[in-house]
Design a protein around this ligand. Structure first.
Ligand code: BGC
Length: 256
């Protein structure tokens, strides 16, 4: 249920290079203060990351109580199940218990793309769009969030579908573009094949494309020729923080 106007939350987004947190204005779907960013420790073990999460909360002056936390992994009932782009030690970790032990606060832990997806559905590019919406984050990997009438189906992990004989995110993520020095056209043709694959499975009403590369969508979005309508993400780098805070506050992605 929606809270009264003036509601706020706190979100932390754990990424491959930085751990970012900020208070979030849940009425506007925007950061309520500048975010705190601390480099992701290497190796990014659960203990090391939880220490940084505690520092982010402290430096940002986060209020007591619950907060939202994203991880680039399948998270089921607070337990991490996969580790494609994070340290293997995460698998089987009860993150809720570990973070609570370190910080004294109980987080709501969610997959990073799922957090971005609920934020886009509530405040951003998929706001007020009924039906099946797919939000894809093109970054180090490919994250996916599937929403039906604004409600999330968690942990879809569509970046791990097989594309051209390999894991899709190894072919069509933004990091694959970087690693292989692909032109926008070359990369877009891979993304296009990936979108066609996903479309054959889900027939979404709308696909929102996010991740850091969505900032440069003028360079590649027009190169994609696919059936579903496409939109660049609206909330960009802040979608994870905002979505995590929203989920922690127990709000649905649907406007109330
Ligand atoms: C992970 C997903 C994550 C995505 C984006 C993938 O490798 O399996 O859980 O959402 O990367 O970070």
């Amino acid at each position: 249920m929606d809270k009264a106007p003036g509601s706020s939350g706190f979100g932390i987004d754990v990424g491959g290079s930085g751990i970012k947190g900020a208070p979030v204005d849940l009425d506007r779907g925007a950061l309520a203060a500048e975010r705190v960013r601390i480099a992701t420790p290497q190796p990014a073990t659960p203990d090391a990351v939880c220490d940084v999460v505690a520092q982010v909360l402290e430096q940002a002056g986060a209020p007591g109580g619950t907060f939202g936390l994203t991880l680039p992994a399948v998270v089921m009932h607070g337990v991490v199940r996969t580790a494609a782009n994070i340290d293997d030690a995460w698998i089987g970790t009860d993150v809720v218990a570990l973070v609570e032990e370190r910080t004294g606060r109980r987080p709501a832990v969610v997959n990073d793309a799922d957090a971005a997806g609920v934020a886009e559905a509530r405040y951003g590019a998929a706001r007020d769009i009924p039906g099946t919406v797919l939000v894809l984050t093109l970054g180090t990997g490919i994250g996916s969030a599937l929403l039906l009438d604004g409600r999330l189906v968690p942990n879809t992990e569509l970046g791990h579908l097989e594309l051209d004989g390999a894991v899709a995110e190894q072919q069509a993520s933004d990091s694959a573009r970087d690693r292989e020095g692909l032109s926008w056209q070359q990369w877009a043709s891979r993304v296009e094949r990936y979108l066609r694959l996903v479309d054959r499975l889900l027939w979404p009403d709308l696909v929102v494309l996010g991740g850091g590369v969505s900032k440069k969508s003028d360079k590649w979005l027009h190169l994609l020729d696919v059936r579903p309508p496409l939109r660049p993400a609206a909330l960009r780098n802040e979608a994870g923080i905002i979505g995590a805070a929203l989920l922690a506050a127990g709000k649905s992605a649907r406007r109330g």
